[in-house]
Design a protein around this ligand. Sequence first.
Ligand SMILES: Nc1ncnc2c1ncn2[C@@H]1O[C@H](COP(=O)(O)OP(=O)(O)OP(=O)(O)O)[C@@H](O)[C@H]1O
Length: 516
Amino acid sequence: MTGPALSLRGVEKSFDGFAALKDASFAVDAGEVHALLGENGAGKSTLMNVACGLYAPDAGEVLVGGAPVRLSGPRQAAELGIGMVHQHFKLVRPFSIVDNVVLQGRGAGRRARYGASVEAAAEAIRAQGAALGFSIDPHARVDTLSVAEQQRVEIVRALVAGARILILDEPTAVLAVSDAERLLETLRELAARGTAIVLITHKLADVRRFADRVTVMRGGRTVATVDPAKTETAELTRLTVGDAPLSTVGRTSRVGRRRFEAIDLTCLRRDGAPAVDGASFHVRAGEIYGLAGVSGNGQSELAEALMGLRRVDRGAIQFEDAGQSVEAASPSRLRAYGAAFIPADRYSYALAGGLSVADNYAIGRVRRGDYGPVGWTRRGTIRSDAAAAVEAFDVQGVRSLDQKAALLSGGNAQKLVIAREFGGEPTIVVAQSPSRGLDVRASAAVHGRLAEARDRGAAVLLVSEDLDEVTALADRIGVMSGGKLVAEFEAPFDRQAIGRAMVDHSAPAHDAATAP
Ligand SMILES: Nc1ncnc2c1ncn2[C@@H]1O[C@H](COP(=O)(O)OP(=O)(O)OP(=O)(O)O)[C@@H](O)[C@H]1O
């Protein structure tokens, strides 16, 4: 090969007259981890979708090993050794891993490479998994796998198909911290063996630790390629989102009465073991209560239960409505009361991709009757409210309110959910990993919204594995371990003590220093 493993030169791409890529150039070498950074909607996914043959560019060139290529589709890109792991996995869920691999590799070229028989493919999957340090059962059904395992299957599938250039679109956004760390180490090992890795990410810390180079995109253009080891974080932030200062969050001391309470909440897994095991805590008006813990210790399940996405097997939720305690409240009752829910998996639970931006904005409130009786809904008001929310929350890429939500970039789709949830000035907020997938400016804005809600007197529950996020925002922190709430802390926080509670399953039921 002469030249970079993959390069894109002067790429332009428009959708219905909207220029998603104006002038984008990028090159990744064999043996390199090259990060692609940029604000939400900058064009990162679009550029890499051009590289993997999903979109045909309107102008510009794609070169593999220095030679210009015309990609007729992903299959041809795979033939040339380009594989991509998308934000939303493309696995067929009821099928086995090996069936998924064979499905994708039905072309003649694939067969020649790893054999036509399913057993040969299964062996290739096992071997490729083992080479990466993963034990993979090729006959396992995809829908029995965790998100991290599905992602490994996507990577293995690309490598079995012969990928020498591997593109990953925000791969750590869906992973728990420990799985993310392991993935990034795997990517470094793959690069050490000669694979060219493109890593789309918003996480500056990961860029710094794992990337050899980083290219920054803004507004459809590639604006700089730098060595992250030699570039200050402030400079990377400036390149990504510009000079305007990011909003910062202060604290309030106006804490009121208990507004929202979980009592002995228990949720069982399919095998009957508790995922959440008798968790009790309360959130007061005017405070942010952070729920922290090492992933897999029940925080996600607890948040899901509060949002009505998971069955509660024992215990109760209570909230206070106009001074009256509402016992055994359901999540739907909470929502009707004006609670805002920001689930971690916003695509599955919070957005209907096939519906328009305006309908996604209004969906819950139409059901509540806020826009008049069904059949007589005030479309004009919905549109003006949706337009105002899109503006206020800086949801970019909305050409029309009738545009399908699925066409928004990942981060902008999340901003739409957040705009909707904060639209009604909620009195209770349950937010799970609310800044996941957002660029630094949008994350800061979401943190600002949570603080604003608190300052208005809302009770805010923030569930996040990012201890920096929790300690920066919360007034109190509860730590979950083994499905139980094992300790509570008050600001100013002792990170060491919180860290110890997170890993020490025998921690006392409540921290002695706490005065709830
Ligand atoms: N198929 C499509 N049809 C219409 N518009 C599209 C399509 N794909 C992308 N876009 C638009 O192109 C712009 C760039 O989107 P892209 O997904 O590439 O951004 P991104 O940098 O990956 O953002 P994020 O960090 O939020 O994932 C967005 O405004 C998006 O709405």
